[in-house]
Design a protein around this ligand. Structure first.
Ligand code: ADP
Ligand code: PAZ
Ligand code: K
Length: 259
């Protein structure tokens, strides 16, 4: 069985893949100082709690935080006796060669999203991932990552207002009933929610214009459903897109002799 690990700047997600389906998905906050032993204590407690019999033979890691990879490598080696595949490292093969400027280190999560989305939908896609940052990944006709857009994440924007302005409270995102807020919380929610709807719409429109061929827009990430339900922005929402991409890259490396 495969343990797929997606480490973002806010959350780290573990999913167990039995070759056909994900048996469970476990989430913890991302923290670079967490040790291999601490990961295992957390992991084994939850796996036991869910009654899952997991015989992990392979581990694949995508991490937007380089410092956590060391402890995750130790975790894989010590508890499962395996050398993990790390997306973005030269020994890990990708099903495509990113077409970006020389020397650019594309976020591994974006490469993984590209592989997952192409496997399910074919090419000519925009993948919008609502993580710590909101990223737009352009997937070409042949499945290659060819660039995109990085915008500040929804929660980051809310937090920035709270941190920088003495009179603005911390506010959770939700869809406001109206645009004109009549109290501070409603005003902030309106600014960020409708601001993001506009941001996503405009960026997708401009990408399509520049790309010059019809594209489909796929969304993923914790806050994507809020926007998917509230506005006509995406052709599909796929919660497990990054995890699916990790299974695709793992399979590709198995088939091509690198895992
Ligand atoms: N279901 C959810 N509802 C509300 N906020 C969420 C949800 N899932 C994630 N978030 C928030 O969205 C932001 C991005 O989370 P996540 O997608 O896990 O980011 P990353 O991949 O960058 O770690 C974080 O601030 C997180 O707390
Ligand atoms: C843009 C990101 C910060 C998004 O990370 P996340 O929101 O998933 O934590 C990450 O993909 C990254 O660090 N990228 C490196 C630069 C690039 O992709 O061009
Ligand atoms: K992400």
């Amino acid at each position: 069985m495969l343990l797929a690990i997606d480490c973002g700047n806010t959350n780290t997600v573990f999913s167990i893949w039995d070759g056909e389906k994900f048996l469970c998905t476990l989430r913890t906050s991302t923290h670079h100082a967490r040790t291999a032993d601490a990961y295992f204590t957390w992991y084994s407690t939850l796996v036991k709690h869910y009654g899952i019999e997991a015989d992990i033979t392979d581990v694949i890691i995508s991490s937007t935080v380089p410092r956590v990879v060391f402890n995750l490598r130790v975790f894989a080696d010590r508890f499962f006796g395996c050398r993990p595949l790390v997306v973005g490292k030269p020994e890990t093969l990708l099903p495509f060669k990113p077409r970006v400027d020389e020397g650019t280190q594309v976020g591994p999560d974006r490469l993984v999203n590209t592989a997952g989305a192409y496997d399910r939908h074919g090419g000519d896609l925009i993948v919008v991932d609502f993580g710590t940052a909101t990223t737009f990944d352009v997937v070409a006709h042949d499945g290659a990552y060819v660039g995109g857009v990085i915008a500040p994440g929804v929660n980051l924007s809310l937090e920035a207002l709270h941190l920088a302005a003495a009179a603005l409270p911390h506010v959770d995102i939700s869809k406001p009933q109206k645009v004109i807020g009549t109290n501070t919380v409603e005003c902030i929610q309106s600014g960020v929610f409708w601001g993001y709807v506009g941001l996503v719409r405009e960026i997708c429109e401009k990408i399509k214009e520049e790309y010059g061929a019809p594209m489909r827009v796929i969304s993923t990430g914790g806050l994507a459903p809020l926007f998917h339900q509230s506005a006509d922005l995406f052709d599909a929402f796929e919660e497990d897109l990054t995890m699916h991409g990790l299974t695709v890259i793992h399979r590709y490396n198995k088939e091509n002799g690198s895992a």
